[in-house]
Write a protein that binds this ligand. Structure first.
Ligand code: FES
Length: 87
């Protein structure tokens, strides 16, 4: 199948209940970053989001499709994915 690189396919994901259309293959952590939404809160209540982008720091953990503590920098977006800030 040929794909036009300049206009990749798009998928719809849900960020804290709001639907967002992103290019297919966008990392889930990028969705949080672009929209200024924290991935989680630390034990002291500080807002956290992706830091290393390569699966080492665990700062990008969020709830994905109901599963907590998923490293969003390791998850490409797929149709219908539900991303939620983890309390
Ligand atoms: S941003 Fe560091 S593990 Fe995801």
């Amino acid at each position: 199948m040929l794909r036009n690189i300049s206009s990749p396919a798009r998928v719809t994901v849900w960020l804290n209940g709001t639907s967002i259309e992103v290019p297919e293959g966008t990392m889930a952590s990028a969705v949080f970053l672009v929209f200024g939404v924290p991935c989680r809160a630390s034990v002291t209540g500080e807002q956290r989001t992706a830091l290393c982008g390569m699966g080492i720091c665990f700062e990008c953990r969020a709830t994905v499709d109901g599963a907590p503590h998923r490293r969003t920098c390791q998850l490409p977006c797929r149709e219908g994915m539900r991303l939620e800030t983890q309390p």
